[in-house]
Design a protein around this ligand. Structure first.
Ligand SMILES: CC(C)(COP(=O)(O)OP(=O)(O)OC[C@H]1O[C@@H](n2cnc3c(N)ncnc32)[C@H](O)[C@@H]1OP(=O)(O)O)[C@@H](O)C(=O)NCCC(=O)NCCS
Length: 176
């Protein structure tokens, strides 16, 4: 059965939480996902293989920008293109919704994820020093510019610091 991408629902949460817990030192809780479902700007998709959740993505779309909040794949399903399909879903959404830039934070040690993002054209924007509270690790902020902003879209980037070395939390739930 081919991989299908669907809008994530509450019914997917047990499987999503299992993947979340095996993927992150500070996994999102059920409560946090439930809050995400209620946010108008949050978009959550699941990748399903044989009816089972193999991965998921959560991003926020505010105006002409997207912030990638979360992407994870079941450890047993990795390196089979699941995250790539989710990234294609993200970029497809962005293209259709006149988004001009996608931002994300990633631990500087997470070379696998950084490779994935580079493959989709993301480049390094800045470093947030000591962003991750569990081990004080730096975050690499990456971005993908899809098109030039129109005059009414221009004028700064909420939640993202323009200058290297200044620390400001980006949008989205706490870093993990
Ligand atoms: C990062 C992650 C989402 C990648 O998922 P995936 O389904 O395995 O990724 P894909 O199979 O689509 O990989 C596409 C490409 O990304 C790169 N890539 C992905 N994982 C990689 C790894 N561990 N090491 C090096 N490159 C990697 C490769 O270029 C890969 O292509 P290839 O397999 O042909 O070499 C997955 O490893 C994961 O869930 N990690 C834990 C959670 C996490 O770190 N999320 C990111 C938070 S910012």
């Amino acid at each position: 059965m081919p991989l299908e991408i669907i809008s994530m629902t509450l019914e997917d949460l047990p499987e999503v939480l299992r993947i979340e817990e095996s993927s992150f030192p500070r996994p999102f809780s059920r409560k946090l996902f439930e809050t995400e479902f209620q946010l108008a700007i949050a978009h959550l998709y699941a990748a399903k293989l044989d009816g089972r959740v193999a991965g998921y993505i959560d991003f926020w779309n505010a105006g002409a920008e997207i912030h990638l909040i979360n992407i994870a794949v079941d450890p047993e399903a990795r390196r089979h293109g699941v995250a790539s399909r989710l990234m294609e879903t993200l970029i497809g959404y962005a293209t259709q919704n006149k988004v001009y830039e996608i931002y994300l934070d990633v631990r500087v040690s997470n070379q696998g994820a950084i490779e994935l993002y580079k493959r989709f054209g993301f480049s390094n924007l800045m470093i947030r020093r000591g962003y991750y509270q569990d081990n004080n690790e730096d975050a690499q902020v990456m971005s993908l510019v899809l098109s030039k902003p129109t005059a009414d879209q221009a004028g700064g980037t909420p939640g993202v610091v323009e200058k290297e070395g200044t620390k400001t939390d980006g949008p989205g739930p706490k870093p993990k």
